[in-house]
Design a protein around this ligand. Sequence first.
Ligand SMILES: Nc1ncnc2c1ncn2[C@@H]1O[C@H](COP(=O)(O)OP(=O)(O)OP(=O)(O)O)[C@@H](O)[C@H]1O
Ligand SMILES: [Mg+2]
Length: 356
Amino acid sequence: MGYSRTRFNNFRNIEPREIKWFPGLNLLTGSNGSGKTNLLEGINILSGWGPLERGTRSSSLPTWDSGSSEVQLTGQIDDENGEIIKVKISSRYAIRIEDKPINAADLRWKIPVLSFLPNDMSIIEGSASFRRRLMDMILALIVPIYASRLLDYRRGIKQKTVILRKGGRVDLIDRALVPLASWIWKMREEVLVMISESLNDTCALLPYPTEISLLRGGAGSLSLPEEDFRYALKTNKMKEQALRVPVVGPHRDDMLIKSNGAPASISLSRGFRRRVAIALILAASEGVRRKLGKDPVLLLDEITAELDAEGRELLFCALLERKAQVFASTTEPFAENFPGGIYGVDSGRVEIINEN
Ligand SMILES: Nc1ncnc2c1ncn2[C@@H]1O[C@H](COP(=O)(O)OP(=O)(O)OP(=O)(O)O)[C@@H](O)[C@H]1O
Ligand SMILES: [Mg+2]
């Protein structure tokens, strides 16, 4: 599952030309500012996820000074039907598959994509929101109603915050949050089990045995999610009233990543932290394949950064083992031992350099 070819018209600095892709590994090489991340972003949008950075305005996507505010991205799915996806962006996004409208959530399910951006290094060392984003991205792919339930939960938490600020009673909103919060905990715990199942066989990419588990936000004393949520609400009632913010629930969750028994964020070097972060994405993609019966496309930006020769070799080995379509970018001028297609990107122009 993946894209056999794409064409981006009036999109950022990318030349409007058809590019043919390999079903396996595609390595985008080029200097800083050449357009590698823009290409990955185009593919991300074509798969129903939108721009890579949250909050990117659609007005920043058309090629500067082109005189047109409309972007058109086209991609052909690499399977026996060869369906064509078209995304037109002006003030809003219009997605069509074989000329029939489709919504972004259905497209994400049809052609699953997982992205790993330089910022995602923060999965290991950054704030808990990066780790929640990882869990949520995977769950949105494999559980169709997850995204909308999460949205309902977030709306509830917003409402609860308003009530707490006014010093009002939160019993009613808490009651409405119980089923949502406990369901989200259950889903997040299941997804971490799913990732764990493939984590320790990602081609020795992990420097040490690694364990992951969910730290339920403000809770965790009882095992059943629903009881735990109710109990934590009760014991934190005074605290929530004093702080005037909700302190219990999935919006405060974290994922504990332990490497060789110690938290990875403090025990590992940067290169090793990067290897663990990539291993998490690869294990997640294997889990998605098992759940959906199709391999997600992987978008990996700046993959070789901070990896030594051994780390790179292990990375390529792990990518090959995945058998998924991978689009990976690097500023390294050559990657001779890369077992796939190598593309040179120069001022938005993409040329195939090498077919392995
Ligand atoms: N709407 C646009 N129109 C034209 N050019 C744009 C537009 N948006 C961004 N760019 C330019 O595209 C160029 C390529 O950006 P991109 O982030 O893809 O480079 P990159 O190859 O990933 O570089 P790096 O190795 O530094 O990450 C940037 O120099 C940026 O100024
Ligand atoms: Mg880049």
